[in-house]
Design a binder for this molecule. Structure first.
Ligand SMILES: [Zn+2]
Ligand SMILES: [Zn+2]
Length: 358
């Protein structure tokens, strides 16, 4: 057999698209091209300062608490959607199916992690500590044994999680009473570094007050799905449909994500709306925009090379920069550009002085 036949054979064996013809006969006619499970979206969000932008969902449930799907399906959903990492965060205290499924609180993570490893997809071990307000719900991420967190006193739980190296976030502050009150217990936990992040986007909602909490207490902005049902059942199959935490990481690894979370290098994205620290949103926006002066005229071409659409206000005029499009326009020479879909606080949006440097 010559080398070309060997190469052709390898390609046919490894590439399902070239192998369609191999599996049709008069008895069975297969349509593998209709299957979508091995096709992944590509999400383009440019990094800056040497950081890459990882799209992560740090709040996910499975049947091992009150979710509706098996843990490895969560990995497939996120991989197909173009995400870079997820955390499995089943409730400790609320497990309606625990009579059917084993009592090992690490089981859902292990199943998801084993599958993630096969896809080279990062799965982080987490859990949701589930108490009444005022303390509310908190996710502990990067733990190594959830069974040790089944304790009565929630502060003891957080201390044990911290002993395991956890990053802890305060979940959905505005749920279930539609009030995002930060109570003294949260201030205490923040002071003790037993809360490191705050979930400003969750499920189908967000909490404007928490933008200010994150800035005031130097907490990482977190945005996650808190998904219980199959992801497409809630968000459909659109690209970037669920809320995600954007992590500005030095490297694609669990350690890289953990380092960035503790350093506060995150922002959140949902429905083309961003929230985060002013400095980070500024860098993210500017990394996404390329400007070209058109010779011989006053127009400029503004290219948005990211998958996030931006809306701008300069003076009383609104400009749109659709994702992955170039717009020919004119910007005023001076003034302030407000990026309308970038929240830096409850009542503040990203503002950039003109002229832009290009
Ligand atoms: Zn919760
Ligand atoms: Zn939850």
């Amino acid at each position: 057999m010559n080398i070309y036949k060997i190469i052709a054979g390898v390609i046919l064996l490894t590439c399902p698209f070239l192998a369609f013809g191999q599996i049709k006969n008069d008895d069975v006619y297969k349509l593998p091209e209709m299957g979508q499970s091995s096709i992944r979206e590509h999400i383009s969000i440019p990094g800056f300062d040497g950081y890459q932008v990882l799209k992560c969902d740090f709040h996910i449930h499975t049947v091992f608490s009150d979710g509706k799907v098996w843990p490895d399906v969560r990995v497939n959903e996120a991989w197909r959607e173009g995400l870079d990492a997820i955390a499995i965060t089943d409730h400790i205290e609320y497990r309606p199916y625990k009579g059917i499924l084993s009592g090992d609180l690490n089981a859902s993570f292990k199943i998801a992690k084993e599958h993630g490893d096969r896809l080279n997809f990062i799965v982080i071990q987490g859990t949701e500590i589930t108490r009444e307000k005022p303390i509310g719900h908190l996710n502990a991420l990067f733990i190594n044994d959830a069974n040790k967190l089944e304790l009565d006193d929630p502060v003891d739980v957080l201390k044990e999680a911290k002993k395991q190296g956890a990053f802890i976030m305060w979940n959905h502050p505005g749920w279930p009473d539609n009030k995002s009150t930060l109570y003294p217990v949260h201030e205490q936990l923040i002071a003790e570094r037993l809360i490191n992040g705050i979930e400003v986007f969750n499920y189908l909602e967000y909490y404007p007050l928490t933008f200010d909490y994150a800035n005031k207490y130097n907490l990482s902005f977190m945005g996650n799905s808190d998904i219980h049902e199959p992801i497409a059942e809630l968000y459909g199959n659109k690209k970037l449909a669920r809320p995600v935490t954007l992590v500005f990481a030095k490297e694609y690894s669990e350690a890289g994500i953990k380092e960035a979370l503790f350093a506060g290098r995150t922002a959140v994205l949902f429905n083309s709306t961003l929230a985060g620290k002013d400095e980070l949103l500024r860098k993210l926006f500017l990394a996404s925009i390329k400007i070209k002066v058109i010779k011989g005229g006053d127009d400029i071409e503004v290219s948005n090379i990211s998958d996030i659409s931006y809306s701008l206000m300069i003076g009383d005029k609104e400009y749109r920069l659709p994702a992955n499009k170039t717009v020919r326009t004119q910007f005023p020479k001076e003034g302030i550009m407000t990026v309308l879909n970038c929240h830096t606080g409850k009542d503040t949006k990203l503002e950039i002085s003109l002229p832009l440097k290009y």
